[in-house]
Write a protein that binds this ligand. Sequence first.
Ligand code: GCU
Length: 713
Amino acid sequence: MKRLVLMAAAATSVLGSAGAVRAEDGYDLWLRYRPVEAAQAQGYRALATELVAEGGSPTLAVARAELARGLSGLLGAEPPATPTVSRDGAIVLGTPASSKAVAGLKLPLERLGPDGYVIRSVTLGGRRATVIAANSDVGVLYGTFDLLRRIQTRRPLADLDVAEAPKVTLRVLNHWDNLDRSVERGYSGQSIWDWWKLPDAIDARYVDYARANASLGINGTVLNNVNAKADSLTAPYIAKAAAVADVLRPYGIKVYLSARFSAPIDIGGLKTSDPLDPAVRAWWKAKADEIYRAIPDFGGFLVKANSEGQPGPQDYGRTHADGANMLGEAVAPHGGVVMWRAFVYSHEQPEDRIKQAYNEFVPLDGKFRDNVIVQVKNGPLDFQPREPFHPLFGATPKTPLMMEFQITKEYLGFATHLVYQGPLYEETLQADTWRKGRGATVAKVVDGSVYGHKLTGMAGVANVGSDRNWSGSHFDQANWYAFGRLAWDPHGSSRAIAEEWARLTFSNDPAFVRPVVDMMVASRETMVNYMTPLGLHHIMGRSHHYGPGPWVAGGERADWTSVYYHRASPEGIGFDRMATGSNAVAQYAPQAGRALAADEKNLLWFHRVDWDHKVASGRTLWDELVVRYSQGVQEVAAMRRTWAAMAAHVDPQRHADVAAYLAIQEKEAQWWRDACIAYFQQFSKRPMPAGYAPPPHPVSYYEALNFPYAPGI
Ligand code: GCU
């Protein structure tokens, strides 16, 4: 109680001081539209004296409404809407079909596709105007958000000549949301989808969710967990999904569903779900028809099959292609697609787990229907702090592959660690696959340019939940943002995206932007240092994946343990994936494999080395491990200092929220360091390097910690 009163007092005094930062709770994301400083607002107002928006589609209506909302927030007054340009400084939006003014301008829209747009400073009837034009209404909406972003980040609006088009077709979020509103690997409250109350009650949040996604160009969302229940495909749940689809449609966002492969048995009364069985095929066709009756623009299915206990075509001796093609055939008449996941591995296989997806899918290249796209995680293991890119990228010339990134931070400290994932995404996208020679980056595989694929896509496992700030922490909003911007342009720069986000979300003041962007960009490597330096991987707590767990061994399957991956012994540490070991390196083009294996960042991913192995710094591996772990902790301490110095630039509520989480992060970074050093020292039997404090507890102390209520499972 006392604390509440104190906070209220602080808020009042801040509000009382002129120009000070208002308390914010993060709900507005990067669409805050707070007033532009008076000196600059005048200039922007001159260019936004009226809104000219002909055409009455729902999408144009939301574009117009967003512009009105944004401009009134940013510039203090909503410009009047007029049917034709009557004053200087009009903003004109529309397509050649919806707007005579736009049609008359004959803008170069041909090459921009359905989603691209043009923003141009023009003269119309002798008056200055800024036109936002596109081939489709949703392109106009994307252009609208772009224009608003320019004002939000204080870029000039005069002399604009912008032409933008997404490089990837399917830009989708994957919600790992269950029908009871729990979220697998979710750290931001419950699912935003209130299935129980749907379809009758529509949470206002669905609209703000749609606005946020549309502002990034995200055009699809898979509503339910890949570990799917067949119930999602029953009539009541189709009606619920249809209600969500109705809300998202004006924003250009299609709804998809994860399909459980055994649904014909689970809810269809069939005895089999064999993809070659005619009754099974007929069942899926009828099911697809039923869904499309309710959701005419339904996107299609996402499928996790024969992976981690999920049913799939291999249960009947069929291949992944057989399964995917059956579903592809069912949605094809309606223009739907199937996103078939390549995250497959089996503990019955003695083969190195990270090799299994490649082994499974490369022989199937060319066997998939043209409305099937294979969805591949960024790395071959599972969203670790660092993994080399997945060797499937570039290895299937005849099969389009879409990227799957994880936005929710299952392995990266949940919502309480400040880890900006832009650099992780960029590192993967910029990696050179060396398929078809130098420069065939993962980004170029994903955008279809390496092999000329038209069907392209990028998926992000969502970090959106019912928390007031959507993502569990203010800085985790940046991961949603970065995913969306990179799905639009996988060649983008994660630093530029961080800067844009920081300006939109907090402040344009360079005294804020510079240090905070530096902190964000460095935060991923900091996290690697205190969790899994030098190529270590999969050494987290069992099952909930919270905190360190290098000792995890035994249990139902070896490839869910830590010892399987780090293989520490008195002789050394690391997984030999070279020719002398599992030879996973051979799944890459030779140049790519050589580059990855030679990079010290991946040392223990590819090599098993002894504790005295000399690394680039001249130190022994053991000393280097201690140094990196310790450095990670020091870097978090530095992040806290950076943030503390930002108090004047951020409203007190968000400043305090972030500061509190950074304190947790420092404590947990220290815990990771101490627990891992204590554990590995049992094998290295080497002393701590001079000047480095030993862990305060024996390894048994860390092993005994347990967290039955960790979130996300
Ligand atoms: C990880 C995660 C699971 C998830 C799986 C997947 O293993 O821990 O919760 O189901 O990935 O991507 O299917």
